[in-house]
Design a protein around this ligand. Sequence first.
Ligand code: NDP
Length: 359
Amino acid sequence: MEKIIGFLTPALVYAFIFVLNATLPGRWVTGYVNRKDTGEKLRYRLNGLPVLFTVVLTWVLLCATGILPWDWFYRYRWYGLSGAAVLGLIFSFAIVLPYPPVKKSFLADFFLGRLDNPQRWGGRIDGKMWLYLVGAVMLELNVLSFTSHHIILYGDQASPGIYLVAALLSFFVIDYLFFEEVHLYTYDFLAEKVGFKLGWGCIAFYPYFYSIPLWWAVDLPDPHTPGYLLVICGAIFLAGWSLSRGANLQKYYFKKDPKRDFLGIVPETITDGNRTLLVNGFWKWSRHINYLGEILMAAGIVMSAGHPLIPWPWLYPIYYIALLTTRQLDDDKRCAVKYGTLWEQYVKKVPYRIVPFVY
Ligand code: NDP
């Protein structure tokens, strides 16, 4: 019976998130992407943080009252992962099959999707924002429950590195939800459709794969990583976060108001008269310094766990490198088409793709 509930847990959590997302008070914002039919900007109703806190509070109440073991999500992680994988598949078919083909091959349509920005009730529920929300909240539940398992197992002897990983992953989730609106200005909203890649990616892959640094480490005893090394790991994470969040916010403020400064950096641009690109601040070092930031954050998290010789957790930063290098190539192609000769000028001015002076 418990295994069946473990399998169904992601479905129950995601349904709860759906209800909270639709009913808790939210902030209406105008996004960056245009509606295909009217050309107007899409509207969104954002309430990611209240949803996260309500779900976590509910989890704490269920555990504190003895209804749910604190380490439930860890104990039944393989069942939860299987349930999420099946749910992701069902979602992918449901979001692709009923809609007209976009590409010649069904497989390409299934993987990449047919709908650009599905919304219900005038934006009260947005398909992409809901997907990122379920991924983020489920990841946080995994982080809390996996860490609880470590504490139950080791008590006073629990590893400070595990606490650090839990804190950094929680910071990652809260930061994303705090800056939810900035996310509306990213590649996912501009260039991606909703299919298996995004749907299965957020429902199954994101919450379970991103918890991999804890998945393998919480059963192990404290590796006694020296305190100064933990400080270095935390500093690598924070350096990465500064690059990523800094670049994303600078671009976000620039798109909203091209004259507005960010952290005292007044936008410097190149233009062809119609379109404009930022070329200073974070955006002068490489065309995707934010991707470097994301990779550093992942490396800081994995190293904090303190088991560098176990290969599995390293899949986390390696995945980021694979995802973001290919994404940079795709984005470069998209921007070359959108900006034409202005992009060529930009590439000459900012020649590095991700890592300044290296790549
Ligand atoms: P960007 O935020 O860099 O967005 C790229 C878009 O920004 C381009 O398509 C272009 O769109 C615009 N742009 C590019 N260069 C300039 C410039 N110089 N001046 C003005 N506009 C410019 O990339 P992503 O959307 O891919 O990533 C957003 C964030 O999400 C990053 O921090 C990334 O690391 C993170 N991310 C995190 C993942 C995770 O799993 N944790 C996964 C993927 C991404 P346009 O001109 O049309 O506006």
